[in-house]
Design a protein around this ligand. Structure first.
Ligand code: UDP
Ligand code: MG
Length: 315
């Protein structure tokens, strides 16, 4: 478990193939932090990059060893696991997460800290004038709506990683040992006095998003199934309605067979109904599989990530 907090501020940044962005990130981030006039550390997790990001991180550690720590994964475990590894090692009592691609301007960090100083234990940023593709922006709106219907998590913008957390919230996240998780939502469920603040959002400084369409779907499945059983419950209700409907149909057909005799009309309608019910069953199996899979991952308790090396100076 992490040592007791002895620093006012920890900045956590996951890095996956961000070599083109890191120099600008360093140039913009460190002056903002230096200007705060408080002790801090920046923890970068290199999430299995293969573009030379690790070389840049090592150089930055050599340049600012007092305030820079680097966790180097042996492979790619995803953004949330990269953040989790840093959370397990933070030394600060206020922790701020942000992306390495400069979509979250480091200059906005003081805004979050101000809110934290006002007594909140979790401050979530929401992106003002989001600079993402049309598709990403609208897909987010849909998933926001689904999340509101299925979980009790209230967030204006779940996708914004510029967020500040108090140490007890981070400790609770670490203790949860979550595997496929969505950190902002997990933090929300542990916070007692959360707040939100609007933050600027910029276009990716260089490169393209690391999230494929498939990865985005996976992430959002994690958000819904990781925080609620509502999909299973809604499905059961829907399946109940379907079986009531089918029972009615069977009764009508039995009546016709008995009183009107054998008939072949309506056979395609019957097929239509049959295929529909079959697809409902398949969705149900998939949904159950999703939860069983999550349970399996937790139960087998395999090590969630492997750290190749940690660059840090002991305080
Ligand atoms: N990231 C990571 N591991 C991954 C994917 C992304 O550590 O497997 C990092 C990435 O380097 C960046 C942040 O997570 O700092 C957000 O990723 P990205 O910008 O690709 O996502 P988007 O902004 O498109 O949601
Ligand atoms: Mg990005």
């Amino acid at each position: 478990m992490s040592p007791p907090p002895n620093l006012p501020l920890s900045i956590v940044i996951p890095v996956y193939n961000e070599a083109l962005n890191l120099p600008t990130l360093f140039a913009r981030l460190y002056p903002v932090l230096d200007a705060l006039g408080r002790r801090y550390e920046v923890i970068f997790t290199n999430d299995g990059s293969h573009d030379g990001s690790i070389g840049l991180l090592q150089a930055q550690h050599a340049a600012r060893p007092d305030v820079t720590r680097v966790i180097d994964f042996n492979a790619n475990y995803g953004q949330h696991m990269a953040i989790m590894a840093a959370f397990e090692r933070v030394r600060g009592d206020v922790i701020v997460t942000l992306d390495a691609d400069l979509q979250n301007p480091p200059e906005e960090i003081p805004k979050l800290l101000e809110k934290m100083a006002a007594g909140h234990d979790y401050v979530g940023g929401y992106r003002l004038h989001r600079q993402d593709s049309w598709f990403r922006t609208y897909a987010s709106k849909v998933i926001n709506f689904v999340r509101e219907q299925t979980t009790s998590i209230e967030m204006t913008d779940q996708g914004c990683m510029l967020r500040a957390y108090a140490r007890p919230v981070i400790d609770a996240i670490v203790r949860s040992g979550a595997i496929n998780t969505f950190i902002p939502a997990l933090a929300y469920s542990y916070a007692s006095h959360p707040a939100e603040v609007g933050v600027k959002h910029e276009e990716r400084h260089a490169g393209v998003s690391n999230y494929s369409f498939y990865a985005l779907i996976r992430l959002n499945f994690d958000l819904i199934t990781g925080f609620s059983l509502a999909p299973l419950q809604y499905f059961t209700m829907f399946a109940g309605l379907c079986s009531a409907g089918s029972l009615l149909l069977v009764l009508v057909l039995a009546y016709r067979r008995l009183f009107l005799g054998a008939e072949a009309e309506g056979i395609f309608t019957l097929f239509g109904i049959l295929f529909f019910l079959l697809s409902v069953t398949m969705v149900g199996i998939g949904l159950i599989g999703e939860y069983v899979g999550r349970t399996y991952q937790v139960v087998r308790a395999r090590q969630r990530y492997f750290v190749k090396e940690i660059l840090e100076t002991t305080p």
